[in-house]
Ligand binder design. Structure first.
Ligand code: ADP
Ligand code: MG
Length: 475
């Protein structure tokens, strides 16, 4: 039996507003528990929510960038449930009239590009956090996060593999960070996702019963959880039983999903229009203003890097793959005349360092100013490319100023031709066999001689000049 997998994602992106969705409480991450809590966030009776315009503008940016319909009149509903981290007893969300509907995004998958449709993206408030590991035998509640604005981005059930789900999530993350509406920080929970998975026989028109995997916050776990779940569902069906619609928890330690609760239906939540908030109306003027101020998106950047700056398409793709990378490229390029060299270093040595440490470039100690300076010192012949690598290593370690490192370590390139000539002669004199071989036609040995001179000068010679000098002596 050939089974087909069907996946739909609900991604929660925390919008990077200063204050909360319905109060003036701060959204800053990492503060002491219960210090960023307004009366509204506490759910005290008698206080009224006021909608945050900035959250709407950010949601609209997302809608515009995904070619979606923007509902210029949208409204809020109450989703009722009890949980200690939700003091009001209901979450304010957009059920019937979300701000954004019917968008789509292009995703690069193993099998080429695929368009995934986005059903809707609506605004809602986050809940607080239950803290289970702070007090022995008791649970604490931290309301700092309560009321933080979330954009819930719901995909159509059109994703076909675990890898494709990850690619979709990455595309959404790339987009929201370029739009500057969410910081994309998965470790801090700024992006989280629920994954809906079902399987069906290839020819079946109807979708199978889905399980919803809750709150998975890393690419690796999304992929693993889905693959586990597909196997589980196949085993259930092939043993003659049927998949039940339920919410499951992914346990990354055991790499398995476990049943948490049977799936609640919309009517369990007793949704009704929130009587405290009027429908929100976005004027044509506001909408146009947001449209006119949309930032350059990854694909546009990529094309501009190729056509205007002359980067290779592979380089342009890597550099425009993340906001942090593109920012670094553009800022550092301002400090030199050689954007192409900046690009080469970014996709070469710097990407290697980033991969090794598994960090993003804005988490490194390299500033755009210092990076620009490093490239400038290569192009103005102060240091060789080889020395530059060692300077980069030091900057990477401690963030020190490039010029200061060059000065302190005496790394300035040897410009004195006669000195280089002297060293070249020495090298040739001490390698008579290789010189004889070179003269009898083994041209490749020139590289060996250049290497020896570079070694003698501790990399401070310009390899191009050394080449010329050696050829002259050997001819
Ligand atoms: P909720 O989970 O809140 O009840 P929805 O019914 O809107 O909300 O579905 C949420 C997500 O589940 C969507 O991303 C949708 O694409 C996905 N989904 C719906 N049906 C299936 C299915 N049979 N298999 C896989 N995913 C599905
Ligand atoms: Mg759901």
């Amino acid at each position: 039996m050939i089974w087909e997998t069907v996946i739909g994602l609900e991604i929660h992106a925390q919008l990077s507003t200063k204050s909360k969705l319905f109060s003036g409480g701060s959204t800053k991450f990492g503060a002491e528990s219960n210090t960023h809590v307004d009366l509204v966030d506490m759910g005290l009776p008698g206080v009224l929510p006021v909608a945050n315009k900035e959250a709407f503008y950010k949601a609209i940016k997302f809608g515009l960038a995904t070619g979606a319909q923007i509902n210029q009149i949208s409204s809020f509903d109450r989703k009722n449930y009890f949980y200690p981290d939700l003091p009001k007893g209901y979450q304010i969300t957009q059920m019937t009239k979300p701000i954004v509907e019917k968008g789509s995004i292009k995703v690069s998958t193993e099998n080429g590009e695929k368009i995934i449709n986005i059903t809707r993206a609506h605004l809602e408030e986050d809940a607080g956090k239950s803290i289970h590991d702070l007090f022995e035998g008791e649970t604490g509640v931290d309301l700092n996060r309560a009321g933080t604005p979330l954009l819930e981005i719901v995909s159509e059930p059109e994703i076909s593999t675990a890898k494709e789900a990850v690619a979709y999530f990455k595309a959404i993350r790339q987009l929201v960070t370029f739009l500057d509406i969410c910081d994309g920080n998965m470790a801090q929970g700024s992006m989280r996702c629920d994954v809906n998975v079902s399987i069906k026989k290839i020819d079946d028109k109807e979708l199978g019963t889905r399980a919803e995997l809750k709150n998975i916050n890393s690419f690796k776990f999304i992929e693993k959880a889905i693959n586990f779940e597909i196997e589980r569902q196949i085993a259930v069906i092939e043993s003659g039983e049927s998949v039940v619609q339920e919410t499951r928890l992914y346990d990354s330690d055991k790499n398995e999903t476990r049943s948490m609760r049977s799936k609640e239906e919309a009517n369990d939540y007793r949704y009704f229009p929130c009587p405290d908030l009027l429908p929100v109306v976005i004027s044509d003027k506001e909408l146009n203003e947001i449209k006119d101020n949309l930032p350059e998106l990854p694909e546009e950047k990529q094309n501009r890097y190729i056509s205007e700056i002359g980067l290779e398409s592979s380089e342009a793709k890597i550099i425009s793959s993340s906001k942090a990378m593109a920012d670094m490229f553009e800022e550092a390029s301002k400090k030199t005349d050689d954007a192409k060299m900046i690009a080469k270093w970014l996709v070469g040595d710097i990407s290697a360092l980033l991969n090794k440490e598994n960090i993003e470039i804005d988490e490194s100690k390299l500033s755009p100013e210092n990076f620009g300076k490093l490239i400038k010192r290569i192009s103005d012949n102060t240091i060789s490319g080889k020395i530059a690598k060692s300077v980069l290593e030091e900057v990477w370690e401690n963030g020190n100023d490039v010029d200061e490192i060059i000065k302190a370590k005496g790394l300035i390139q040897i410009q004195d031709e006669s000195l280089l000539e002297q060293i070249a002669i020495q090298v040739l004199d001490s390698n008579p066999d290789q010189v004889a071989a070179y003269r009898s036609g083994k041209d490749k040995l020139l590289g060996f001689f250049v290497g020896q001179v570079m070694k003698e000068t501790q990399g401070k010679a310009n390899p191009k000049s050394v080449n010329v000098i050696l050829k002259k002596i050997l001819s």
